[in-house]
Design a protein around this ligand. Structure first.
Ligand code: G3P
Length: 223
């Protein structure tokens, strides 16, 4: 399973890259706004220089023509840009046109298996089901991922499933068990994945035992 970081924050991206498992980055207008970014192109260019993996950059236009125009400008920023398009009817038309031009499209804001099926049929490279937001309205977001993975496997679609709107390690665990291609994870959840209270407790005990023996050992200069 690939790990993308769901952020527009450069420090988080650099830290995740240092762990060796940064397979890509996803951004969206809200993540850009959180970082107070006015020059989206400059930030996308910087992020693209920090990973060889795909970097999703989202269009703002709502009509097909506007989406295609914006997407082409975003794709010109760097070869590893994946253009993020919302799953609407104009978005599906834009996806077909951009896919035919050889661009990688990430169809976003996906909340049903049939939306995902349409995304694959339209030629999307990626589809992003938002699991946390479905949980928020009393549904089980991971059921959606399970359905999409089954449908794509039934028909051998090459569209990769990015599990998005991840809120907890449980989402990542279930995505891995289902066999989703990618999880895009907020940095906070990466920290939660790495930490375990028994690791901290075990380490503290090892160090305390080491100190006890070290305290009894005679100092090299004493007689
Ligand atoms: O990748 C999509 C993600 O950024 C949305 O997350 O927590 O706003 O639902 P959230």
């Amino acid at each position: 399973m690939k790990f993308f970081l769901d952020t527009a924050n450069i420090e988080e991206i650099k830290r995740c890259a240092s762990f060796g498992f940064l397979d890509g980055v996803t951004t969206n207008p809200s993540l850009m706004a959180r970082e107070n970014i006015s020059d989206q192109a400059a930030r996308i260019e910087e992020i693209c220089s920090l990973t060889e993996g795909p970097v999703s950059a989202e269009v703002i236009a709502a009509d097909t023509e506007g989406m295609v125009e914006e997407a082409r400008a975003l794709a010109d920023i760097a070869p590893n840009v994946a253009v993020k398009i919302p799953l609407t009817m104009p978005g599906l038309s834009a996806t077909r046109s951009l896919a035919d031009q050889g661009l990688a499209v990430n169809l976003t804001l996906v909340f049903s298996p049939l939306q995902a099926l349409l995304a694959a049929k339209a030629g999307a490279a990626f589809v992003s089901p938002f699991v946390g937001r479905l949980d928020d309205v009393g549904m089980d977001g991971m059921d959606l991922v399970e359905d999409i993975v089954s449908i794509f496997s039934n028909y051998a679609f090459e569209t990769e499933v990015i599990v998005a709107s991840i809120r907890s390690p449980q989402h990542v665990l279930r995505a891995a068990l289902i066999g989703a291609d990618i999880c895009t994870v907020p940095f906070k959840v990466i920290e939660q994945l790495a930490s375990h209270p028994l690791t901290d407790k075990g380490l503290a005990a090892f160090l305390a035992d080491h100190e006890k023996v070290a305290a009894k050992r005679p100092h090299p200069n004493s007689h």
